[in-house]
Design a protein around this ligand. Sequence first.
Ligand code: NAP
Length: 277
Amino acid sequence: MLLSSLVGKTAIVTGGGTGIGKGITELLVQKGCKVAIASRSLQKVETAAQEFNEKYKESEGRVIPYQCDIRKNEQIEAMLDSFITSHGNVDYLVNNGGGQFVMPAEMISPNGWDAVVNTNLRGTFFLTQSVFKQCMKENGGSIVNILMELHGGWPGFAHSVSARAGVEALAKTLAVEWGEYGISVNNVIPGIIYSDTAVQNYGPFGPKMFKEAMKQVPQGRLGTPEDVAVAVVFMLTAPYITGHSLVVDGGSSLGTLAWWNVVHGMMTGKVKIDDLD
Ligand SMILES: NC(=O)c1ccc[n+]([C@@H]2O[C@H](COP(=O)([O-])OP(=O)(O)OC[C@H]3O[C@@H](n4cnc5c(N)ncnc54)[C@H](OP(=O)(O)O)[C@@H]3O)[C@@H](O)[C@H]2O)c1
């Protein structure tokens, strides 16, 4: 593996107890990093911390769980005070914690809009600002935000895609404002990433939605948290890359697979003219 040792480094991963965040946490810990994982449910982060601290007990890496709702500034400050007192610094911040509910735009209520935007945009901003003020302004560091595919929009997710577009613009802005402090700010844009929690987020529709989505992926499979983790750790540790977004989607955002399937089918005789009605 190309990624180098992270012994002596420290990180915060929001939503680090499940799904994509758990995959990122595992790779950081494997590399020897001390990782704070934060979410609203203490039980989720404690369970993941216990699993990894046992699995990697021979390594320098450790996971420290925190109950922290990123919508609450006082919980952000309490987590940072505790982690910095114990571990001295935050080298890496991964803004992964977030989510949304599916709803046509015309039906989104003010409360629903605020809940999603406050988590994905406001929470991401104020945690990032606090980490900057408490550590990175003095010591430098690296920030990666987990977004969602933006450029075709996301029907059913008007609130979330708007918040993520805000974070993408924020990353570029901070990359310039904070460049002089040795801080890089980048985004990773996952395609459809399978995990038990990601599927459960969509209730009984989840399994079918993910199965359908797989048909749009040129590489023929859904992504995994590990696929995203490799890209995140690369972006966290790559020197001189800032203000960028890296898409990790097996090619699905290219949007030309359906066309290719028809052309390829015609050329191989698998698709007949009558099939194209
Ligand atoms: N899976 C995909 O296909 C996909 C694609 C593109 C983008 N994403 C994004 O990737 C991120 C991770 O998603 P996932 O698929 O791994 O689903 P997941 O397992 O449900 O992860 C979401 C995590 O965010 C945490 N979280 C939610 N609200 C929070 C808050 N207010 N404060 C702190 N933590 C909070 C959750 O923990 P608590 O409930 O305990 O707070 C949970 O651990 C999300 O931002 C998601 O929108 C996912």
